[in-house]
Design a protein around this ligand. Structure first.
Ligand code: G4P
Length: 541
């Protein structure tokens, strides 16, 4: 594996430009339970970065519950999602890439995959609601990969949980260690601002305006009597006491601990009031990691390696029904990506070059000549890519860690129009490549079962099969609790299990063996009876 030093010694490699570009990249996602303020926070960050000029420019890509069956809405959301896939801006000479994630929890698998393409994450939490189900799931996915996390506790302009209680809840429910880097002064009607513990600044809340520089007061020492002047006696006393507790209870903040995923800094604010956001951004640009190394099945790939490598983590198909093309989103992991250069598609064992690589940036679409590690490139594709595919300059590598999660809802899917069998099969195949849902083929009878994380996907599949492929599908109920991938170090034990449970065995789209458990009890029983078989609830593609 080439080391940093070896890269520097490559004779014709424009090392300095490349390394400068690499070190300028910060690629992250903002994730949250719906309604916690992800869209608002994203918008404020883009405003600071000058990527947008007005509030309201970032469309929420949320599909509200009331519009579950409104397919025009789903199409509109797909349009928004493709154009906001990456929202990039320059801030303090850094290139910041925010990768967008879907707003509806039924699409959370898409979010999980996007999290494999980032180097850090910001998790927004509503101060009144605390840790919600999606916060738990999404943080768990970040923790599986030790992705550095910053928490942004939002909506301090409303009444909510006490700061310490909220931090306890985050630590307990999410199994993380936190370290507040700002501290709220009151909340709701009594919200006066935050004390920025990182920069030792008092930031006063001005509910009706932009945060101005005069709202910032530097306080190296909180015992200074001027604190009362700004906050009043009672709030000043509480702040002193609470900050003292913070400094004693929570560990000292160390950048390395954050970067290794050991500690999560926490900021407090109110995104809609543009308050506390700049504090977080200014800290983020100082501490957030540059593009991180990525593991492949063969070896670890370092971003500074001169040869281009990347993987596809997201696919959008049939955005324009007249042209059956798709856009595959490639995260660059090492080297410089160049337009019209030949790259090896490892799964297909073929060379490809891309005349029109595109950067989708907050509703702007630009043709790009080159891209660097941390960047995301949109590649026009006529059906050659699947999620998880790797591109390199020739070396055989397979990037690890794009997870598929065990679905939670299942239905048999059948072709409802015998004259359109071909279109039905192709449509299903392509939608699965895109990662809309998972499909399992039961080995005993060849029936296809669609597994999803939410109800909405079944409707999306039906609608898209019809409108994009001219095919019709019908669902039938199937009584299933979980699908889990089965493996074993002992081939005999695995075979015995597969023979004994023939009726419950299926294959996923990559021919991996899957056990279909009808109930939690069945699952528990087989786990006990077949101790040499591993039952996994995630699979990496
Ligand atoms: P999401 O993407 O995480 O789903 O959340 P989003 O930003 O859409 O915010 C959800 C709702 O919370 C929005 O209100 C938004 O205005 C509000 N919100 C965001 N940040 C704050 C905050 O700091 N304080 C308060 N009080 N509210 C906040 P909405 O009524 O759903 O939409 P809208 O009509 O305001 O756009």
């Amino acid at each position: 594996m080439p080391t940093f030093a070896a890269v520097l010694q490559q004779p014709d490699f424009p090392v300095s430009d490349f390394l400068t570009e690499l070190s300028r990249r910060r690629t992250f996602a903002i994730v949250a339970h719906p309604d916690a303020g992800k869209t608002t926070l994203t918008e404020k960050l883009l405003l600071f970065g000058g990527a947008i000029q007005t509030a309201g420019a970032v469309k929420s890509n949320k599909i509200k519950k009331s519009t579950v069956s409104d397919f025009m809405e789903i199409e509109r959301q797909r349009g928004i999602s493709v154009s906001t896939s990456v929202m990039g801006f320059e801030y303090r000479d850094l290139q910041i890439n925010i990768l967008d994630t879907p707003g509806h929890e039924d699409f959370s698998e898409d979010t999980y995959r996007t999290l494999t393409a980032v180097d850090s994450a910001i998790v927004a939490v509503d101060v009144a609601k605390g840790v919600e189900t999606q916060t738990e799931k999404l943080t768990k996915v970040c923790r599986m990969r030790d992705t550095p996390i910053i928490f942004f506790v939002n909506k301090l302009d409303r009444e909510g949980l006490d700061g310490f209680d909220l931090l306890d809840e985050i630590e307990q429910k999410l199994n993380v260690r936190v370290r507040p880097l700002s501290w709220p002064i009151g909340m709701g009607q009594r919200f006066k601002g935050v004390y920025n513990l990182y920069e030792k600044k008092l930031v006063l809340f001005n509910p009706h305006g932009k945060q101005e520089d005069e709202d910032l007061i530097v306080f190296e020492d909180l015992s200074h009597p001027d604190l009362e002047k700004h906050l009043g006696e009672s709030a000043a006393r509480t702040l002193r006491e609470e900050v003292e507790v913070v400094e004693t209870v929570y560990p000292e903040f160390k950048k390395e601990d954050y970067r290794s995923g050991k500690i999560c800094p926490v900021f407090f604010g109110s995104a809609v009031n543009n308050f506390g956001v700049k504090e977080m951004l200014d800290c983020f640009v100082e501490i957030a990691p540059t593009p991180l190394p990525r593991d492949t099945e063969e070896r670890r790939v370092l971003p500074e390696e001169p040869k281009m490598t990347g993987f596809v983590f997201k696919i959008f198909a049939n955005m324009d029904p007249k042209h059956r093309d798709r856009i595959a989103f490639l995260r660059i992991c090492s080297g410089k990506f160049e337009r019209n250069k030949n790259y090896r598609h490892i799964r297909l064992e073929r060379e490809f070059k891309f005349p029109n690589p595109t950067m989708f940036m907050a509703s702007r679409k630009t043709l790009l000549e080159e891209a660097y590690p941390g960047d995301v490139v949109g590649l026009y594709d006529s059906g050659n890519f699947k999620i998880g595919d790797t591109l390199t300059e020739g070396e055989i590598l397979h990037f690890k860690g794009i997870p598929s999660f065990s679905p939670e809802q299942f239905r048999y899917v059948e072709n409802a129009d015998p004259l359109k069998q071909k279109q039905f099969a192709k449509g299903l195949d392509q939608l699965m490549d895109e990662g809309v849902a998972q499909m399992f083929t039961r080995q005993s009878d060849g029936r296809r079962i669609i597994g999803t994380v939410g109800q909405l996907q079944f409707e999306v599949i039906q609608h898209r099969l019809e409108s994009e492929y001219g095919a019709k599908c019908r669902y039938e109920p199937v009584n299933l609790h979980k699908a889990c991938w089965v493996t074993s170090d002992d081939p005999k034990a695995l075979q015995e299990f597969l023979d004994r449970r023939k009726r419950d065995i299926a294959k996923d789209k990559d021919d991996n063996m899957v056990f279909l458990a009808e109930t939690a009890w069945t699952l528990q029983t087989v786990q006990e009876n077949f101790p040499k078989v591993n039952f996994r609830f995630t699979s990496e593609v």
